[in-house]
Write a protein that binds this ligand. Structure first.
Ligand code: ADP
Ligand code: MG
Length: 169
């Protein structure tokens, strides 16, 4: 599982390993069979692979992309902004992963009821992506568009400038 996730997900090694561990642990059969395999809360900035991980898990682990059920809760967006805590937690390198986790969990407690948080097996923290990682993701996306265009007999050219701009946030 780690491998198939690592193949698709760039620059989120800690998250991928924590997710794989949590799922593997639950598969050992010690867990209550009436409970979900794992309840994980993905935390992190937008566009860093949280949904993509869920998609890969659905496709590889549950057999089909259709296994993913998505509830759009965007109308709640902003109300539970974790920005302050997140910024502190994502200050790369200055603090350890353990301290990051602690900060994020502290922040979550301010925003979510304990009844909800108690049902979460693990909080998975996704990192902000670095420029080099963004470049690799853009490469993959461009390749996919190329493939699709090729099927339609359309040729596409991506200049380095366009590529560079797509990597900007
Ligand atoms: N870490 C990553 N590895 C590979 N692709 C990624 C990654 N992060 C983002 N992407 C690409 O960007 C798109 C948007 O990312 P997404 O997972 O939806 O972000 P979010 O973290 O907001 O859920 C994905 O469909 C995927 O193509
Ligand atoms: Mg998402």
């Amino acid at each position: 599982m780690e491998e198939s996730l690592a193949e698709h997900i760039i620059g989120q090694e800690a998250a991928v390993s924590a997710i794989s561990c949590a799922i593997r642990r639950s598969r050992t059969g010690v867990k209550d069979p009436r409970r979900p395999i794992a309840s994980l809360l993905f935390v992190g900035p937008t566009g860093v692979g949280k949904t993509e991980v869920a998609n890969v898990l659905a496709a590889e682990y549950f057999g089909s992309k259709e296994a993913m059920v998505r509830l759009d809760m965007s109308e709640f967006y902003g109300r539970h902004s974790l920005k302050a805590g997140w910024r502190a937690a994502s200050r790369d390198g200055s603090i350890s992963q353990q301290q990051k986790n602690k900060l994020v969990v502290e922040e979550l407690r301010k925003h979510f009821r304990v009844e909800f948080l108690n049902r979460i097996d693990e909080v998975i923290i996704f990192n902000q992506l670095k420029k080099e990682q963004l470049r690799r993701i853009v490469d993959i996306m461009v390749k996919e568009v190329f493939e699709r265009m090729k099927e339609k007999m359309i040729q596409l050219k991506v200049t380095p400038t366009i590529h560079e701009q797509s990597c900007r946030r």
